[in-house]
Design a protein around this ligand. Structure first.
Ligand code: RUQ
Ligand code: CUA
Length: 665
């Protein structure tokens, strides 16, 4: 065990600025059987899927635990030229917003869908911070199937957290901003009058999973940081950590750190939903995109919504309260029983734990210390279960092991600290390398944690890996938590910047799609067999109905494309077998490639800029004759009269694929 000296707050900055805060004994921190504990033999599966947010890369990556092996990177909010996400005509609508097409976002938190408070393996929800959105991924295909923009919001950080039966996913704004129906063109110094902190409750369809904003709450103009729903007895409530109760609009690092306490906001979402149903609130005119990927047409559509229902503080009078929480709380975590709510104040030297029972009693007894912008503030002591004393420096996030303990990440003192939820005694601590942000126990924010491992997601990895220039990978560290002492088992580097993560047993995802049935393909430009392949000109648009199968495209020779044409390659992968994608790329395309799954149709747009011969080829080594999977497109000058023809195997007498004159409409 390592012990850390506690430093005064004034020295925190100095500590974090130090370049070497490496605790001693790094080399000996690994226990003898660590290699065995993380070894997954070749050909064997990992026990858990670990879904890790990509932070500034906008994606989600999937690792196996305990091996730390990277299984996949899933494109969500950023374009992915590797497989054409955001570049293919089918997926471009996924990244549409009220600001137009947006190729990048910042992805922080993930939530696995739950039933009765337990992870159920259906969907994974992800937030986008910068241009507020929530995405849903289908765990049958590991694809992003829906993205909903969040109006009246900016910096969608307090998101996407779920109620225990996946009724709602929340999205709380980090930045207070004027609402979309108010004039946003106001002096920033009018912050206190004009800026509001809106939180959204997005309803989720029970069977399809489709999202729709049910209502929003216009809360005071403070920053919402994180949140978690209650469970069991507290299941009707949602808890949000809030900072900047000072309402600073500049130099927040100083000005938003003045108050001794900020808040946890407790919202009775059941009551709020009743209020919304009863016709309370105002309709706010706004614009927000709703993008849905249809799995039978393999195509996304984007619809612009125009209105959202917003409840006021007044509407929420008996359903929304503030609980004082020391010092700029970040994580807001609820234990598996639903009784304890943990607020982790980044600048606090203790961790407050609130009791749901006491909160309810305080409300009944009217144990309020006053109001903040019309919201009643419950007395700190009346809501408090107790404080964890001297837990470490810079507590950020807490997960639960399901055995009555909590584990909290310490950013400044670089450690994980385990403590007992009831008596609040610290029982174990282990150093991390370095500056842990989030941590994750599989199922650790549900009613039923799997409790075998904790993973620390570290912001700094200095000296842990071979150096790679100025930019170093961020990393995860896996610890065994089955014994009295947490034991470091493994370091593994990560893509992007990890924030929250989720994990579930591999067993839960048995019913995955292995390929798409070609007969079920409803894509408007599908080509279900080579005989149906064709090229059609419509004005300056050329539609190529193309197929791919090991190891050729049909057609593979096209002539008569002219400069000024827009060519759409609609490529259908005819394979009906698992793990046989084909790629498609063409020289000079200012786009990306396609990676087409078996039975799927994808479209790549190409606008050739100059006459010449343009090879196209399959980019995925799909067979022994993959290098033969290629073709040519001849591009003639604008206005030339080269006929539009296409063929496979050159032969006019080949009934399968003669050289054909393209249809011109
Ligand atoms: S955050 S590193 Cu964006 Cu969840 Cu705490
Ligand atoms: Cu198809 Cu390589």
């Amino acid at each position: 065990m390592k012990s850390f000296k506690l430093f005064g707050l004034s020295t925190i900055v100095a500590i974090s600025a130090l370049t070497s805060c490496k605790p001693k004994g790094t080399e000996t921190a690994i226990s003898g059987d660590a290699a065995e504990r993380v070894y997954v033999a070749p050909g064997k599966y990992d026990e858990f899927y670990n879904f890790v947010s990509g932070g500034f890369n906008g994606q989600v990556s999937v690792y196996g635990l305990p091996s730390g092996r990277l299984l996949k990177s899933l494109p969500v909010f950023s374009v992915n030229p590797e497989n054409g996400y955001g570049f293919s005509e089918e997926t471009k609508p996924m990244l549409e917003t009220s600001h137009g097409f947006i190729p990048w976002d910042d992805q922080h938190h993930l939530s696995l869908s739950q039933t009765n408070g337990e992870v159920d393996g259906r969907w994974l929800f992800a937030n986008a911070n910068n241009t507020p959105r929530v995405a849903r991924l289908d765990l049958k295909t590991f694809k992003t199937v829906e993205i909903l923009e969040i109006p009246n919001s900016a910096g969608n950080h307090s998101s996407p957290f779920l109620t225990e039966n996946t009724e709602y996913v929340v999205a709380g704004t980090r930045f207070a901003v004027p609402t979309d129906d108010q004039n946003g063109d106001v002096p920033i110094t009018t912050f206190k009058e004009n800026f509001k902190g809106v939180i959204s409750f997005i309803g989720i369809d029970k069977t399809s999973g489709e999202m729709d904003i049910s209502f929003q709450i216009e809360a005071p103009g403070i920053n919402f940081d994180l949140s978690h729903a209650g469970k069991g007895k507290s299941g009707d409530w949602f808890f949000f950590s809030c900072y900047n109760s000072e309402k600073a609009n500049t130099l927040l690092e100083v000005n938003a750190s003045q108050n001794d306490k900020d808040f946890i906001m407790a919202v009775n979402w059941k009551k709020a939903a009743e209020m919304a149903k009863a016709g309370k609130g105002r309709k706010v005119a706004t614009e927000y995109a709703h993008n849905v990927f249809n799995e039978s047409t393999h195509t996304a559509t984007s619809t612009m919504k125009k209105e959202v229902l917003v409840l006021s503080v007044e509407d929420m009078k008996d359903a929304m309260y503030f609980i004082p929480c020391p010092k700029s709380p970040h994580g807001c975590d609820v234990d598996p029983t639903g009784e304890y709510i943990v607020g982790s104040g980044k600048l606090a030297a203790l961790i407050p734990v609130f009791s749901f029972t006491k909160i309810q009693k305080a409300i009944a007894d009217k144990a309020f210390s006053g109001e903040y912008d019309g919201v009643k503030v419950i007395k700190y002591e009346a809501a408090l279960h107790g404080e964890v004393k001297k837990p470490g420096l810079g507590p950020l996030h807490t997960e639960f092991d399901g055995k009555g303990n909590a584990i909290t990440s310490m950013f400044v003192s670089s450690e994980l600290v385990r403590w007992n939820i009831k008596d609040l005694k610290v029982i174990d601590r282990v150093p991390t390398y370095y500056s842990t942000g989030h941590l994750m126990i599989p199922g650790g924010d549900s009613k039923k944690p799997f409790g075998k491992y904790v993973v620390a997601y570290n912001k700094i990895t200095k000296d842990r890996y071979l150096p790679t220039g100025p930019e170093l990978a961020q990393s995860a560290q896996l610890f065994d938590i089955t014994g009295d002492k947490m034991k470091l088992l493994l370091d593994f580097p990560l893509f992007g910047e990890p924030h929250y993560a989720q994990a579930l047993p591999g067993e839960m995802l048995k019913n995955q799609v292995k390929f798409f049935k070609i007969e079920d393909n409803k894509h408007p430009y599908v080509t279900k067999g080579e005989k149906e392949s064709k090229v059609i000109r419509e004005g300056n648009k050329i539609h190529v109905y193309m197929t791919s199968i090991r190891s050729h495209f049909a057609p593979d020779n096209i002539e008569g494309v002219k400069v000024g044409d827009e060519v759409y390659f609609h490529v259908t992968n005819l394979e009906q077998d698992w793990d046989v994608p084909h790629g498609f790329a063409i020289k000079g395309n200012q786009n990306a490639e396609l990676l087409i799954m078996p039975g799927e149709t994808c479209t790549l747009k190409w606008v050739p800029k100059k006459p010449g011969m343009y090879p196209m080829y399959c980019t995925d080594f799909c067979s022994a004759l993959h290098q033969e999977m290629q073709g040519y497109v001849r591009v003639s000058p604008a206005g030339s009269n080269t006929p539009l023809i296409y063929s496979l195997n050159n032969k006019k007498d080949n009934a399968q694929s003669p050289v054909k004159q393209a249809v011109t409409k």
